[in-house]
Write a new protein. Structure first.
Length: 325
């Protein structure tokens, strides 16, 4: 049933003029999974959801369950869901220990990841804290500070919301919002960088700040300082619209805000909307275009390398591709 589903990609199209990047188009091209769920029995659809997503399956599955429960009248206040929280922390670890080192000329830390993931699974906070304060992570921090970076042009972090508060901003979701979500009519960024806004030690530069925010969430857990609103936070509320019987769930994943909205027709799915963090962070008017516009386009390999660092800082949940127009 799930075979052959292409998870899609983030497509980055660049144009050049007079030796500079003169145009940037950013688009998240993802399959309309919601269409596969409409018309199904609600419980069947909810069981199917985590099987459709290669990443953050726990968060996707939990969001579906909570949205359906809310549609049936059982709302859920914001809380830290331990299963989703552990998934988010593992995702942060993967980024820091597998993805970041090669970007900085270092070797991926496979054994360290296995050990650290085990500490998270076992609730061994002290062990993880010691590792995160140790020399291997410090080397990455120093290299991160010295690496080529970009300056944020008016960053716009999405505030941390629960499901009930989201209803006041967006009473109902629709397909257009799912493709290009917005806050107060404009693009906004979600993820650890938004959740860690104002924290000491977060760099002003674009790429480093996003990597350090992920590290900050790992360190918060290791120190026992995580709070509701951090990665792993979940909530659900019943839809307020009189004409709809439905529910909405919000979950803060490693990459940011995930939204599921279910509308019921009896015991079948009348509508199902999913807004993933990638659609927030790779919005056409999001930060990526601003980092690339005006760069020297003479050396396309150099542009490709810079774009790879920029995309990694924003962390899509699908592959990405670059095309020159």
């Amino acid at each position: 049933m799930t075979s052959g589903i292409d998870p899609g990609c983030v497509r980055l199209r660049l144009a050049s003029d007079s030796g500079r990047v003169s145009g940037v188009s950013v688009g998240s091209e993802r399959p309309a999974i919601s269409q596969r769920l409409r018309g199904r029995l609600a419980d069947e659809a909810v069981r199917l959801v985590p099987l459709l997503f290669a990443l953050c399956g726990q968060a996707q599955g939990r969001a579906a369950v909570l949205a359906l429960k809310a549609a049936r009248g059982k709302q859920c206040p914001a809380h830290l869901d331990p299963v989703v929280q552990r998934e988010a922390l593992r995702e942060h670890l993967w980024r820091w220990l597998f993805d970041l080192p090669p970007l900085l000329g270092e070797v991926a830390m496979r054994d360290e990841f296995v050990a650290a993931a085990g500490w998270i699974a076992g609730g061994q906070r002290d062990e993880l804290g010691a590792f995160l304060s140790g020399p291997r992570i410090e080397v990455l921090r120093r290299r991160l500070a010295a690496a080529e970076d970009a300056t944020d042009r008016a960053p716009r972090p999405l505030p941390v919301l629960d499901a009930q508060a989201s209803l006041a901003l967006w009473p109902r979701l629709d397909a257009d919002f799912c493709r290009t979500p917005h806050w107060q009519g404009k693009a906004a960024e979600t993820g650890a960088i938004a959740r860690q806004q104002g924290r000491a030690g977060i760099a002003a530069t674009a790429f480093a700040s996003r990597w350090l925010a992920r590290l900050g969430e790992l360190r918060d857990w290791a120190a026992g300082n995580e709070k509701v609103g951090a990665g792993g936070t979940a909530s659900a509320a019943r839809l307020e619209a009189a004409a709809a019987v439905g529910g909405r769930a919000l979950i803060e994943t490693a990459r940011g805000l995930l939204m599921h909205e279910i509308v019921l027709d009896g015991e079948r799915i009348a509508d199902y909307f999913i807004v993933a963090p990638t659609e927030w962070n790779f919005h056409p008017q999001g930060p990526l275009a601003g980092w690339l516009i005006g760069r020297d386009a003479a050396d396309r390999d150099a542009v490709q390398s810079f774009a790879a660092s920029a995309v990694a800082a924003l962390d899509p949940c699908v592959r990405w591709e670059l095309e020159w127009l």
